[in-house]
Design a protein around this ligand. Structure first.
Ligand SMILES: NC(=O)c1ccc[n+]([C@@H]2O[C@H](COP(=O)([O-])OP(=O)(O)OC[C@H]3O[C@@H](n4cnc5c(N)ncnc54)[C@H](OP(=O)(O)O)[C@@H]3O)[C@@H](O)[C@H]2O)c1
Length: 277
């Protein structure tokens, strides 16, 4: 089914992929609540797209909320606040993320705080956010709703400079595959969507986050606009549960061996169901 949601809460919408997709939603008549830590960026988004929304198809609205997803104890309250203010949110996109360098060549230099922060931001917080938001989407049954997760091509194939980042995304990918099937098995109204970006020119690789990158970071990957156009097309495709973009489709294996992995997962599930009877 094409993208059928009318109000999306986008977590991690202050820059890069989240901001660009949030803008695309508004331009296409989908209301957005943009979330992130940087108030000034949210204000800027509201200023730029608030009026676009009014003029867009279906008069999309724009709202913003400052929130730090690593404050795990505050997540249930945040979800409650969001749905109190916007009971019609029918899609929650978890997109925030950080990336850090890690090399085991010199173990004394390994920063365990970085490893923990990366896992907390890219994975653990996602579990807390999923637990907090899912019930609000389930309650809307039979209305179609969705959770959208941004993982990465690196969820499929790790690269060498940021292995812990790759592991956080691989963990999320595995969790999503199983979660999607669990919900399908009970005929849930919540579709689980996964967007797999390749390298994209965003702030993710900026020297402010990864000094090892120097000036190279800014230009790493495909231009953001090209990514956003292809990702949005994928989200609007008939089969939009999984949205691999650009090189993720072929070079990183989505169309090839990843399909074998997913088939094997389903076979395992069938086998275990039979064994249980
Ligand atoms: N760019 C790539 O090459 C690439 C490739 C594959 C996957 N991805 C994934 O795409 C997603 C978006 O990244 P991006 O490339 O667009 O990078 P980005 O420009 O750095 O955006 C990251 C977003 O995450 C938010 N964020 C980070 N920590 C947060 C926290 N503790 N609480 C709330 N929000 C937080 C940031 O908002 P604040 O700083 O305002 O909080 C920002 O909106 C990430 O999950 C990333 O792993 C990116």
């Amino acid at each position: 089914m094409p993208f059928e949601y009318k109000k999306v809460l986008v977590v991690g919408a202050t820059s890069g992929i989240g901001r660009a997709l949030a803008a695309k939603f508004v331009e296409n008549g989908v209301s957005v609540i943009a979330v992130g830590r940087r108030q000034e960026n949210l204000d800027d988004f509201a200023k730029q797209y608030g009026s676009v929304g009014e003029a867009s198809v279906g008069e999309a609205s724009v709202d913003t909320a400052v929130f730090d997803i690593t404050k795990l104890q505050e997540i249930p309250g945040f979800a409650k606040d969001m749905f109190t203010k916007h009971p019609d949110i029918d899609s929650v996109m978890l997109n925030s993320g950080i990336q850090r360098h890690l090399s085991w060549v010199d173990p004394e230099k390994v920063n365990l705080d970085d490893i923990e922060q990366e896992m907390l931001t890219n994975y653990t917080s996602y579990m807390h956010l999923t637990k907090a938001f899912l019930p609000y989407l389930q309650k809307q049954a039979p209305k179609a709703t969705s959770m959208i997760y941004t993982t990465s091509g690196l969820a499929l194939v790790p690269i060498l400079y940021c292995p812990n980042y790759c592991a956080t995304k691989a963990a999320l990918h595995h969790m999503i595959l199983a979660m999607r099937q669990q919900l399908k098995d009970v005929g849930s109204n919540v579709k689980i969507i996964e967007v797999y970006p390749p390298a994209v020119q965003t702030e993710l690789h900026d020297a402010k986050h990864q000094p090892e990158m120097g000036d190279r970071g800014k230009n790493l990957g495909m231009p953001l606009k090209e990514f956003t156009d292809e990702a949005f097309e994928g989200l609007n495709a008939e089969d939009n549960e999984q949205v691999p973009v650009q090189m993720v489709k072929t070079f990183l294996g989505f169309n090839g061996w990843e399909q074998e992995r997913q088939k094997t997962m389903l076979k395992m599930a069938e086998m275990m169901k039979k064994q249980a009877h």
